[in-house]
Design a protein around this ligand. Structure first.
Ligand code: MG
Length: 160
C-alpha cells in the first residue's frame, strides 16, 4: 500500500487576553484561543491527521502540555517537526484538507495566507493544502463562540 490517510480534530476555548492564531496566521479578534502552546487549533488538527495516517499517536504524545518546553510554542515549529517524522518514516504529504468551525471572526480574508504558510512549512504547493471555514449556525460551543474547532484529513504518499 503506497498511500495512507489520517484524520485529526481539535477544539480550543475562546478567551479574552489571548491572541487568535489559526494556520500560523494571527487574526485580529477580541478573543483568542486558550492552550499550552499558541493553541493554533487548525495546525493541531493537521498534525494529528499526519500522525494518524502512520499510526504514530497524537500530538499530546510528542508535545505534552505538561512539558514547560512547549509553553507558548509556535505550532508551525511543531508542524515542521511532525513533517520531519513523516519524512523520516519514508512518507510525504500528498495533500491535506481541513475545515475550521468558527462563528466569528470572518476567516475568509485570511485563508490564502494560512494556506501559504502551512504549504511553506511542509514544502508543498499551496494547492496541496485545503482550508475551508464555516460557522456552526450559532449551534453548539462553536456557535456560541465558546471555542473554535478544526477538522483535517491528510493523505500521505510513500516517498520513492
Ligand atoms: Mg490543540
Amino acid at each position: 500500500m503506497n498511500i495512507r490517510i489520517g484524520n485529526g480534530y481539535d477544539i480550543h476555548r475562546l478567551v479574552a487576553g489571548r491572541r487568535l492564531i489559526l494556520g500560523g496566521v494571527e487574526i485580529p479578534h477580541e478573543l483568542g484561543l486558550l492552550g499550552h502552546s499558541d493553541a493554533d487549533v487548525l495546525t493541531h488538527a493537521i498534525m494529528d491527521a499526519m500522525l494518524g495516517a502512520l499510526s504514530l499517536g497524537d500530538i499530546g504524545h510528542y508535545f505534552p502540555p505538561t512539558d514547560e518546553k512547549w509553553a507558548g510554542a509556535d505550532s508551525l515549529v511543531l508542524l515542521s517537526q511532525v513533517n520531519k517524522l513523516v519524512l523520516d518514516k519514508g512518507w510525504r504529504v500528498g495533500n491535506i484538507d481541513s475545515v475550521v468551525v468558527a462563528e466569528r471572526p470572518k476567516l475568509k480574508p485570511h485563508i490564502t495566507k494560512m494556506r501559504d504558510r502551512i504549504a511553506s512549512i511542509l514544502e508543498l504547493e499551496p494547492d496541496q493544502i485545503g482550508i475551508k471555514a464555516t460557522t456552526n449556525e450559532k449551534l453548539g460551543p462553536e456557535g456560541r463562540e465558546e471555542g473554535i474547532a478544526a477538522y483535517a484529513v491528510a493523505l500521505l504518499v510513500a516517498a520513492e
